[in-house]
Design a protein around this ligand. Structure first.
Ligand SMILES: Cc1cc2nc3c(=O)[nH]c(=O)nc-3n(C[C@H](O)[C@H](O)[C@H](O)COP(=O)(O)O)c2cc1C
Length: 192
């Protein structure tokens, strides 16, 4: 029997990502986000949603520069990722505090955080106000990945990355699980 439960945002599995952008003085801002998703193949694009009512500094910087980087952190950086999500760049140089290093991305004017092994370089292509959040869609114009997280065919393997996941209901971090199967194959048995 199904019962009604409290309405809440949820998506599973969901990554905890870190977005970064330069402010108008060229300082690097970064914050942790759970509201992030793929949204277009052609061109490749991702969507992030940042609370517009609470004055996130990173949102201001993304809207100012129109470019940002989005990194997929590994489990080993959970505490640093958490700090980037509980303190504001208005109060602290967060990247310096967690001893992270950054440099300008190759194809966009946004900071790449060196400690994260996979980073997307994005140009803002669409902005929408959705409820409490500003939804920013970014075209992925370049991807950088450490060789250590590539499989034999030079593709990113999120198991090798040991990607950090997040659940918005329990407000908890998770390790991502084991690979089960290739997609687009197990369903073929029902085509018979
Ligand atoms: C796990 C986690 C997920 C978060 N997800 C979001 C999110 O999706 N959108 C958002 O606006 N804030 C999110 N936050 C909160 C921001 O990261 C936080 O307000 C941060 O301090 C903003 O920093 P800034 O002012 O330097 O941009 C999240 C925080 C944590 C710890």
């Amino acid at each position: 029997m199904k019962v009604n439960v409290k309405k809440h945002t949820m998506m599973y599995p969901a990554p905890a990502v870190v977005v970064s952008a330069y402010d108008e003085d060229g300082n690097a801002d970064a914050c942790t986000l759970a509201f992030a998703a793929m949204c277009s193949h052609h061109p490749p694009a991702v969507m992030i949603a940042i609370n517009s009512t609470l004055k996130r500094k990173t949102l201001k910087s993304i809207l100012h520069s129109n470019e940002f980087c989005l990194a997929f952190p590994s489990v080993e950086h959970m505490a640093e990722v958490d700090y980037l999500g509980i303190e504001s760049g208005y109060n602290d140089d967060k990247l310096a505090k967690v001893n992270f290093h950054h440099h300008k991305a190759l194809n966009v004017n946004a900071p790449v955080i060196e400690e994260f092994k996979v980073s997307l370089e994005c140009k803002v292509m669409h902005i929408a106000e959705v409820g409490s959040h500003t939804q920013v869609t970014g075209e992925i114009v370049n991807v950088q990945a450490e060789e250590s997280v590539l499989n034999g065919r030079d593709k990113i393997d999120f198991e090798l990355l040991d990607a950090l996941a997040y659940d918005d209901i329990s407000h908890s971090y998770y390790k991502t699980g084991d690979r089960l199967s290739s997609a687009f194959k197990p369903g073929l048995e029902f085509r018979k």
